[in-house]
Design a protein around this ligand. Structure first.
Ligand SMILES: [Mg+2]
Length: 437
């Protein structure tokens, strides 16, 4: 395009000399643009009038449609040690015994823009190998913003039998990084790209680690309420004394924090239907907000049966690997709250489908399975988004890698006003926490 009075194009950048509104311009870094430095193709400066004067017809069409292409996927395994309030010393990993590792991937485009994604501990080595050996050759050259095309290609070429597990974890990692890039290119947060339903989300604190005895559990609950949380979750089904001890621990927390605090419990699939019914019967009067993943295998039929026997709302779905597993929970009326987690279900692209499905049943979605600094975008972006899980272990892991990750205030988490995920990677931390060097 020849240089004009209003705009000129140089090596893929559009320079608008007439723009005098830096606040309306957004660069890839999310900082207000110096109009003299130009805008990247596809971005908007809010001065369409200047664009219209400078460009016309096909030329404008071509300029705005320049593709971006995936050049590389860098995937690695990481571990951290965390502090648990009231306990001495660091604890290896970021949660339960098996939660020692997690996977980070960086997707890099041909013009140097990168985005980050993360998935949890399940078969971390296999997830990294899948991303490097199988996913990269399939998605290299695709536009990271074409989320439907990427998912269709992965489904057709890598997963024609709609399996979950490793392939869902790898796809989640990749998809989150692609949405990070899409947001950076558009100058909008992922939450805004998903629909921008709200600017902040309520957070519940997962504090009830099994290492606590009953008195420590009550003390920790008071501690977090004093920090501003008005919703708390504790794990159950982990004490060798069984559901009776769980009932006593739930009651101890309720007595410690009073009736004005939401209390959730999570069995992480560890109860039989009979055990879950016994616990529900024992704590029906405790005003629980939800009972999360009570039963072995997230058995949808058995969950529906339990739901018919208790007044406690049921929640599930955090590790389901695609929309068809989540659909079963909804269709069998197995849950009151659906829990698609973008780090496990196939990223934001798949979480959005699950959220829309739940909307048609007037059902909220909420974050289980942690990693709130990623799931905050789902909960803020979609109309039926509700709580994020402020899981103390995963929060510390996230903050080590992304030091500017937001913190809740008064139990409310504000979505960063930055493009993409709104998170800046600490590359030293990324290197230091890596275990597959
Ligand atoms: Mg859970």
């Amino acid at each position: 395009m020849p240089e004009s009075r209003h705009a000129r194009r140089d090596r893929g950048r559009l320079f608008i000399s007439g723009c005098r509104d830096p606040a309306a311009c957004v660069t890839l870094t999310g900082k207000p643009a110096d109009p003299q430095r130009g805008l990247r193709n596809g971005n908007t400066c809010g001065r369409e009038d200047l664009l219209d004067q400078a460009l016309s017809g096909d030329e404008k069409e071509v300029l705005l449609a320049d593709p971006v292409r995936i050049r590389d996927i860098r995937a690695s395994i990481h571990t951290v040690s965390i502090d648990i309030p009231l306990l001495e010393g660091k604890v290896a990993g970021y949660g339960r015994e098996e939660q020692k590792e997690f996977v980070v991937c960086e997707v890099v485009t041909d013009d140097g823009v990168s985005g980050f994604g993360l998935t949890g501990h399940f078969l971390a080595g296999a997830v990294v190998e899948a991303l490097r050996r199988h996913f990269l050759p399939v998605v290299r050259g695709m536009d990271p913003r074409d989320s439907e095309a990427i998912h269709q290609t992965v489904l057709r070429k890598l997963n024609p039998r709609a399996m979950t597990g490793v392939i869902s974890s790898a796809l989640s990692c990749l998809d989150i990084a692609c949405w990070d890039i899409a947001g950076k290119l558009a100058g909008r947060s992922v939450a805004q790209l998903l629909g921008g339903a709200r600017a902040s989300v309520p957070a519940y604190c997962t504090f009830g680690f099994p290492q606590y005895d009953r008195e420590q559990l009550a003390a920790a609950a008071r501690l977090h309420v004093a920090d501003g949380f008005s919703a708390l979750k504790l794990v159950v089904a982990v004490d060798e004394k069984g559901w009776r001890e769980d009932a006593a621990r739930i009651r101890a927390v309720r007595e410690a924090v009073g009736d004005g605090v939401d209390i959730m419990i999570d069995a992480n699939y560890l109860f039989s239907p009979v055990e879950a019914k016994m616990l529900c019967r024992a704590v029906e009067d405790c005003g629980l907000t939800w009972f999360e993943e009570p039963l072995h295998q997230n058995d949808a039929r058995a969950l529906a049966d339990l739901r018919a026997h208790t007044r406690i709302p049921l929640a599930a779905g955090q590790m389901e690997g695609h929309r068809w597993r989540l659909r079963e929970l909804v269709e069998k009326q197995a849950v009151d709250i659906l829990q698609p987690n973008c780090c496990f279900c196939g990223g934001y692209t798949e979480a959005r489908k699950a959220a829309h499905l739940a909307q048609t049943y007037n059902m909220p979605i909420a974050n289980g399975g942690g990693w709130p600094i990623f799931n905050m975008h789902t909960m803020a972006g979609l109309a039926n988004g509700w709580f994020v899980e402020w899981h103390l272990g995963m929060v510390q892991a996230g903050q080590i890698l992304f030091p500017d990750a937001p913190q809740p205030e008064g139990g409310v988490l504000a979505i960063p006003r930055r493009p993409g995920l709104g998170l800046s990677i600490d590359r030293d931390a990324l290197r230091e926490t890596r275990v597959d060097k």
